[in-house]
Design a protein around this ligand. Sequence first.
Ligand code: COS
Length: 385
Amino acid sequence: MADRSFLDWPFFAPDHHTFAAGLEAWAGGELGGIDHADTDTACRKLVRALGDGGWLRPTGAQAGETLDVRTLCLARETLARHDGLADFAFAMQGLGTGAISLFGTAEQKAEWLPRTRAGRAIAAFALTEPQSGSDVAGATMTATRDGNDYVLNGEKTWISNGGIADIYTVFARTGEAAGARGLSAFVVPARVPGLTVVERLHTMAPHPLARLRFDDCRIPASAMLGAPGQGFKVAMSVLDVFRATVGAAALGLARRALDEALSRVQARHIRGAPLCDLQMVQGHIADMALEVDAAALLIYRAAWARDTGAPRITREAAMAKLYATDQAQKVIDRAVQLHGGDGVRSGETVERLYREIRALRIYEGASDVQRVVIARQVLAEFEGG
Ligand code: COS
């Protein structure tokens, strides 16, 4: 039984307890029935099932609402503990519409969020390009004004839900200035003429991923999210929220690995006694439990700070993502080790976790980018007195 004592920390309100208990019960009952043999089909089914269960509501904020980051983190932690693909399906509905929730007009919200929150439309976040991953300001895809429209040209890659999404949040160069100040964000329906999936990308833990091409894609100027030239800040503000939730997903994977390791070291015997009697095994268990709790503290600190009014949680979110994903990698690696040969057997839970955790240290800002973000904030805050 996964440790639930963190729910008694002072970061949470009664609604969070209700949400976490409800989702835990739902995930335990519903997720086992979804076949993962075909990743695209599984993701579509997961989005629909999550929507039907009402669990996607927190992924979007209609006019008058705000995103509750603690709820997003609780959802990701819970789902990742049960099923990494279910966490992915949930997370992308939020990341893919994050710019609408944070910067959309009432009309943009009303057009898209009821569908994504009900699981009737799949969302994606299209920021990375073939030549700009960590360096967002180096994006070259263009959006050129033409009358009441913008015309999009260029490529995006490593786009989660690429190929199955109904809408993409796309960042493109509108030319107000060079670098970070010359990008804008747009909401682009997948069916717009000129948008094609040119490559499907296959990874060690399968997710729907694609490279997209935009050839003279015409969208109305009303599809812009935020102001012209504000796209970089829109992207960073969305990432500030969702980076903390990536940490939460890593935490869910780590908790599952710890649980698997605890079962293993109690059930498996060596020289007539359970493995957990060995002090060296206890040392691993202690380190795993410590890393899990420390990650949880950073994640829910970031989420709580944002939910209780912090205008910007760049440092806190970067710390949560960096620490939780790096430590989860270590926790899962230890769990594999404690499983011996079974740890690397295809189909074992810890083997799956080992493949699933790796990408979290790369996407939404690689670990070294998080270090840059943290250092810049700490230095700026010190200089600011
Ligand atoms: N919230 C709001 N505004 C922000 C911000 C944030 N979190 N971070 C930066 N900004 C603002 C800055 O204040 C600056 O504004 P001014 O021009 O008004 O001064 C502007 O945005 C540019 O910021 P900066 O100079 O820090 O930009 P850099 O090009 O140096 O970007 C990093 C730095 C590396 C931090 C950024 O590109 C990044 O996070 N990269 C990783 C991207 C990523 O996560 N990719 C994965 C895509 S999704 S899978």
